[in-house]
Write a new protein. Sequence first.
Length: 217
Amino acid sequence: MKSIALFGGTFDPVHNGHIQSATELKQRLSLDELRLVPCHLPVHRASPGCSSEQRLAMVKLAVAGTPLQVDDREMHRNRLSYSVDTLESLRNELGDQVSLSWVMGTDAFAAFDSWHRWQDFLTLAHIIVMQRPGEVLPEAGPVAQLIAQYGTDTVEPLQQQAAGAIRFESLTPYPVSATAIRSALSGQQAAEFKLEHSMAPAVLHYIQTHQLYGYQA
Ligand SMILES: Nc1ncnc2c1ncn2[C@@H]1O[C@H](COP(=O)(O)OP(=O)(O)OP(=O)(O)O)[C@@H](O)[C@H]1O
Ligand SMILES: O=C(O)c1ccc[n+]([C@@H]2O[C@H](COP(=O)([O-])O)[C@@H](O)[C@H]2O)c1
């Protein structure tokens, strides 16, 4: 069965933590496609530091030369970027004979029961949770119950079923965040923070050229 995974994010901006983790995940799970999906109007956070078009442009630059792809469908919906709408849209395109997954970090998954129509997710897709050291999951409550019911120790459900499983993958940690990058760009972080080690050169060049996030030459 063909397998496609969507990795949604604000990507404000996209960085090597996103790209390295997604690349490792695609290879580890032998996914046919892993698409980065930049959100247009984020649901649970303040407005991003630059426009949707700029974030999309940076994601396109970041995936060049990688085995990853970009899906810009959220840019075409002029309302809050609910992930369940994105999954429904892709599921309608693909039919029910393709394995579809939504990828997120542990931090996002811990609050998953606050997501719009979260109960519908597993009828549309699998969930792949990228685990990083030190992150903890709820031990009780709706998310813990979901894990108990749908968690899988093997990759087979992702390869053989269209939807319905939760899979945890511990990936090589890449400790960088968009928050730290924005802070460094605006001059609020120590000079030893190496921007060029945190993001693709083309993305850094784009930020510098467009003077995003308060960057000044
Ligand atoms: N260093 C990283 N390694 C792996 N996954 C990451 C990393 N940073 C963020 N993610 C995951 O990528 C997804 C999109 O993250 P997002 O665009 O919010 O980046 P971020 O660096 O967490 O941003 P911010 O610091 O602004 O919150 C989330 O599911 C998040 O858990
Ligand atoms: O659909 C929701 O209710 C929802 C709530 C919070 C986050 N998301 C999605 O989760 C992804 C990661 O979000 P963020 O804020 O960590 O960049 C991104 O694609 C968001 O649109 C989605």
